[in-house]
Design a protein around this ligand. Structure first.
Ligand SMILES: Nc1ncnc2c1ncn2[C@@H]1O[C@H](COP(=O)(O)OP(=O)(O)OP(=O)(O)O)[C@@H](O)[C@H]1O
Length: 228
């Protein structure tokens, strides 16, 4: 069974008295363990698609199935629990909470899951070591570089060991060295821990390193390319 199945998915936004079709008749399957990039120009529907896969939004037509479960048939509370326990999110602008330290930011999901403070700290410290940001745990986001903030955001996304990590333009605010390093880190988590990654990008450097590239234009799938 695929981890993600999109079956003729459509999403139309209502803007004033206009209908904006952001995703149109979109079908695909993503298996556990894939490392897939959604490519396409600005406005082609990448963020909308990630929001649908991440159960942050519901399609206006078609079905989204995660692990065989139809997202549309779940209650809001059940979806929130599902997101917390199975999906990690990484955003373009990091979205760290400014008043919390790096450690507190990274612990956030574990705290929501009711994991004890000692265990949270142990798990997050292990991840900080692995991501090369050990020593920065007491800094607040404002005192970290962009690359460091994005690593903290990755730590937050993976701390609860989600089966699926979704990232919306994760390298958009990073220079090319930091982008390459972040990508390498995500590849390593994919290879060694089997985490499934789906992320959006229009950065050629990112696209060229993905194993599977799904290209969108005007909300439609126009190409689905896999590398061996
Ligand atoms: N909340 C909304 N209300 C109305 N229209 C929206 C909304 N969100 C997105 N859109 C429109 O839907 C289309 C797809 O947008 P989306 O953000 O998914 O594209 P994208 O490929 O992620 O773009 P970018 O690379 O610029 O982030 C665009 O035409 C956008 O203007």
């Amino acid at each position: 069974m695929p981890l993600i199945e999109l079956d003729k998915v459509g999403k139309t936004y209502r803007s004033g008295n206009r209908n904006v079709p952001a995703v149109v008749d979109f079908s695909t399957r993503i298996e556990a363990g894939e490392f897939t990039v959604l490519a396409g120009p600005s406005g082609s529907g990448k963020t909308t698609l990630l929001n649908l896969i991440g159960c942050l939004d519901q399609p206006t037509s078609g079905r989204v199935l995660i692990d065989g479960q139809d997202v549309g048939s779940q209650s809001t509370a059940k979806l929130a629990d599902f997101r917390r326990d199975h999906i990690g999110f990484i955003f373009q602008s990091y979205n760290l909470i400014p008043v919390l330290t790096a450690l507190e930011n990274a612990e956030f999901t574990l705290m929501l899951q009711g994991v004890s403070p000692a265990e949270r700290r142990r798990r997050v410290m292990e991840i900080f070591e692995r991501l090369g940001i050990a020593g920065l745990e007491n800094r607040r986001p404002d005192d970290l570089s962009g690359g460091q903030q994005q690593r903290v955001a990755v730590a937050r996304a993976i701390a609860a060991r989600p089966s699926l990590v979704l990232a919306d333009e994760p390298t958009a605010n990073l220079d090319s060295t930091n982008s390459r390093e972040l990508l390498e880190l995500m590849r390593q988590l994919n290879r060694e821990d089997g985490m499934t990654f789906v992320f959006s990008s229009h950065d050629p450097q990112v696209i060229e390193r993905a194993r599977r590239v799904i290209t969108l234009r005007d909300g439609r799938l126009i190409e689905d390319r896999r590398r061996p």
